[in-house]
Ligand binder design. Structure first.
Ligand code: SF4
Ligand code: SF4
Length: 393
């Protein structure tokens, strides 16, 4: 009966030229109507101030608000209408389901949006294994025999894969990932901008959103004690492990960028030794990334079943595993310099990095990009007069 009602509603909306909400979007709209009447959670995060500026929730409003939610779990554990109450309000879960849909809807090219549903741990590890085997085969053929797999090469890892070959392999995959994510978030931005006042970015708004992103402000629960993971106790672990992961990733990226400048501008080819800048950045970044991803994996395994969207767990774990493998194989590669283990570890590390780049636009990485866009729009919108004159920011 419910399906028939939904079909009738969709048919009427289509006939009137209205935009039809998907089931997860309609569920967020339903819950936000309840929250708008209740407003108990107003101080928790950016979602509730954004909600109070609206009496109705269209598609763009829902996409914007869902990507503002950091899935901290606070409003679930505080809610008197949470399951088993008949209102069944579970904001973090409803928002997570819409976020998953957002990533697929805004994927570029659109046909690849389905990859979000298929992205999982098995696929990620199979991709790493396949790429590693391919690279091992290349080493055998290039070195004229399997002995090349356990011989310390002359000239370090560039003695196995020349620098220009590595650039030729990795640069197109990385640039495609940047392009795909950039085009996807540009379309998202265009859709949510009219729904969030339409005002342009200002310096104070950008500074506020940047601060919220860099400090992961909304994982502090609004009071600084942290968010929730396995139960209703507050914890700062999720915030800290995200910071280890994010800054570790950024330091590794900085190490690669500095090494590229050394190579092309200063004519100083790798490998580099301590205390060179690429080595320092890469070493600290690799350790930080390994700690952060190990912590996030542990937290993910223990996560409260009502938080988030269970269907997205394989995608979450695939991303964490790829980052962990990239960090640990990179550190092992450093330790194995000048030893017979170098060719095998190099192939594993390159296979992990290539798999990470290839899955970047269709995996969990997207959550950081879309959330940043929503935080920017929120910082802009809250500086505009409240269109309904109710509530305050
Ligand atoms: S989540 Fe529950 S307690 Fe919080 S505002 Fe919504 S209805 Fe109220
Ligand atoms: S789960 Fe946390 S971030 Fe998301 S709406 Fe609730 S309080 Fe806000």
């Amino acid at each position: 009966m419910q399906a028939l009602e939904a079909l009738t509603r969709d048919a009427k909306a289509l006939a009137n030229g209205e935009i039809v909400l998907s089931d997860p979007e309609a569920e967020v709209a339903r819950q936000l109507q309840i929250c708008n009447a209740c407003r108990y959670c107003e101080g928790f995060c950016a979602v509730f101030p954004a909600m109070t500026r609206r009496l109705e929730f269209g598609k763009a409003d829902i996409h914007f608000i869902a990507n503002l939610c950091h899935n901290c779990g606070a409003c679930l554990h505080a809610c008197q209408y949470a399951p088993p109450h008949e209102f069944a309000v579970n904001v973090p879960q409803a928002m997570a389901q819409v976020r998953g849909q957002t990533y697929a809807d805004y994927a570029w090219p659109p046909a690849l949006g389905q990859l979000y549903q298929r992205n999982g741990l098995t696929l990620a590890l199979a991709l790493v294994a396949g790429l590693t085997l391919f690279l091992l085969l290349a080493v055998v053929l290039h070195g004229q025999g399997v002995n090349a797999l356990w011989q310390s090469p002359v000239g370090g890892f560039y003695g196995i894969f020349p620098h220009n070959l590595l650039v030729g392999l990795f640069a197109p995959v990385f640039l495609f990932a940047v392009l795909a994510l950039g085009l996807g978030v540009r379309r998202f931005w265009r859709d949510v901008t009219p729904a969030t006042s339409g005002a342009p970015l200002s310096t104070p708004a950008t500074a506020e959103a940047t601060d919220a992103v860099l400090r992961l402000k909304y994982l502090d629960g609004g009071h600084g004690d942290g968010c929730h993971n396995e139960d209703d106790a507050y914890t700062l672990s999720r915030r800290r492990m995200h910071h280890f992961t994010f800054y570790g990733f950024m330091l590794c990226f900085a190490a690669t960028s500095v090494a590229t400048l050394y190579h092309y501008l200063l004519d100083m080819p790798a490998p580099y030794d301590l205390p060179s800048l690429p080595k320092l950045l890469g070493g600290i970044g690799g350790v930080s990334l390994a700690i952060g991803t190990a912590g996030l994996w542990r937290l993910n395994l223990r996560r409260h079943p009502l938080h988030g969207d269970a269907a997205q767990k394989p995608m979450d774990r695939a991303f964490i595993a790829l980052l962990f493998l990239t960090a640990t194989s990179g550190l092992a590669l450093w330790a194995a310099r000048g030893t017979a283990g170098l060719p095998l570890l190099l192939c594993l590390h390159l296979g992990a990095v290539m798999a990470l780049f290839a899955t970047l636009p269709y995996g969990k990485f997207a959550h950081g990009i879309f959330r940043t866009a929503s935080l920017l729009r929120h910082a802009v919108e809250k500086r505009q007069p409240n269109p309904i004159g109710l509530g305050t920011d």
